[in-house]
Design a protein around this ligand. Structure first.
Ligand SMILES: *Cc1c(COP(=O)(O)O)cnc(C)c1O
Length: 433
């Protein structure tokens, strides 16, 4: 195995995901093999002095070693959540992590602590639908300016950065198009803008790493300052928990913890426990299987006479494969193209809405549902569903891409169900000449 895959103690990342910190002062059950599921809203403080110390220490980074933290109240801090945060910070190569009730709570908190009224964020033009809605519907009311551009265009970012810019926000791969954005190039533009700025005015790059997961890409090592996640997707992995996380440098930890305390969108201890005990230990195993299947399904779709185009970073035809190969690497350094596919049916012969309705009615292995990173293969129409906040003509879904999130089923069952639905709704080919 390559050097990248091991931690300073000589164990691989995959083993760390199974065992976690091993010993932690965050919980006092030293003989549990699995961390206990803590479920206490409030904590005995023993003395006024200890209670006061707890409030004083709040917002400081809690580590697994040293003094036992003083827990006060679930919304402030809690052992299971805190252990999960330590794991996620390590996984992304960050100094700190703060979890939230959902991916959107994490995204709004990350931008919330960076921006003050009058500040600007420059964001990629295509974003997850609710992130788009946050920037277009709520930011103006808060006095925050969101400038949108295709950050894939060289030079676009450099032209848009102003003295009021505090954040650059993007996903890579982009949901749902799977466009790859060049983090190294964006970093260079931001470094130029940051020259001579005092620390509190620096522009920070925020990357939503939900699609790739830290298994497949560590944006902090590629130029990002902050990573956000929907834990609801592949990190949770089983489709049972909703959650979010922000991974960042030490200096932002306190503000994020205070934001969470006061806005209140905490990850429940029960969800944190499930992600810690089921999601993280199985992440490499699941991702490898999902990628194996995704490559087979993408190749199958690309060769299908009723499919016009397929976008999957692992396909040789993927236009940005060189950049994808540079950025999307697993813990062993292998190319990790992920578990998400976007494709267009041949609209001359297949109505995409009829196709999806046919899947919904007749398919066993493929489910018409939003979300992604699930044990089950999920299919949806971004224009009609996850990205409907964009509105406009695309909302009919008749000319839009279809998003496929690969699950743990047999690849041949997934392709059989897709093929069956395509054939069931296809019109006869128009005779040539
Ligand atoms: C699902 C998703 C989110 C939002 O996460 P929730 O947990 O649903 O709030 C944000 N970004 C991306 C890329 C997503 O897929």
């Amino acid at each position: 195995m390559s050097l990248e895959s091991t931690r300073p103690d000589g164990y691989t990342v995959s083993t760390h995901l199974v065992h976690g910190p091993g010993q932690s002062v965050k919980w006092d059950f030293t003989h549990h093999v699995v961390p206990p599921l803590s479920s206490s809203t409030t904590y005995r403080l023993d003395s006024v002095a200890r209670g006061a110390k707890g409030f004083q220490d709040f917002g400081g980074l809690v580590t697994d070693e040293g003094e036992q933290p003083v827990y006060i109240y679930d919304r402030l801090d809690e052992p299971t959540r805190s252990i999960l945060e330590g794991q996620l910070a390590q996984l992304e190569g960050g100094e700190a992590c703060v979890t939230f009730a959902s991916g959107m709570a994490a995204i709004s908190a990350a931008l919330g602590v960076l921006l003050r009224a009058g500040d600007e964020v420059i964001a990629h033009d295509v974003l997850y639908g609710c992130t788009h809605s946050l920037l277009t519907n709520w930011f103006p009311r808060l006095g925050l300016l969101a400038v949108r551009a295709d950050l894939g265009q060289p030079g676009a970012l450099a032209r848009l950065l102003t003295p009021a810019t505090r954040a650059v926000y993007l996903e890579t791969p982009v949901n749902p198009t799977l466009q790859i954005l060049d983090l190294g190039a964006l970093r260079k533009a931001v470094d130029v803008a940051n020259r001579g700025r005092p620390p509190e005015q620096r522009v920070r790059i925020v990357v939503d790493n939900t699609f790739a997961t830290p298994f497949g890409q560590r944006p902090l090592s590629l130029g990002a300052d902050i990573v956000v996640h929907s834990l609801t997707k592949n990190l949770g992995g089983f489709g049972t928990e909703v959650g979010g996380a922000v991974i960042c440098s030490r200096d932002l930890h306190r503000d994020l913890a205070l934001w969470r305390k006061d806005f209140g969108a905490i990850l429940s201890a029960k969800s944190a426990w499930a992600i810690l005990v089921y999601g993280l230990p199985t992440l490499p195993l699941r991702m490898k299987r999902l990628q194996y299947t995704a490559a087979l399904v993408a190749t199958y779709l690309e060769g299908h006479e009723l499919v016009r185009a397929v976008s999957y970073p692992g396909l040789p035809s993927f236009p940005q494969q060189a950049l994808a190969k540079q950025q999307m690497r697993d813990f062993d350094g292998d190319f990790a193209p992920g578990s998400m596919i976007a494709f267009h049916v041949d609209e001359a012969r297949v109505d995409p809405v009829q196709f999806l309705d046919c899947i919904a009615k007749d398919s066993y292995a493929v489910t018409l549902a939003v979300s992604l990173g699930h044990t089950k293969t999920l299919i949806e129409s971004p224009a009609c569903m996850t990205h409907s906040s964009y509105g406009g003509g695309a909302a009919t879904g008749r000319d839009a891409a279809i998003r496929l999130s690969i699950g743990l089923e047999s690849p041949s069952d997934i392709t059989r169900d897709l093929d069956r639905a395509l054939r069931a709704v296809a019109r006869a080919p128009v005779a040539a000449g």
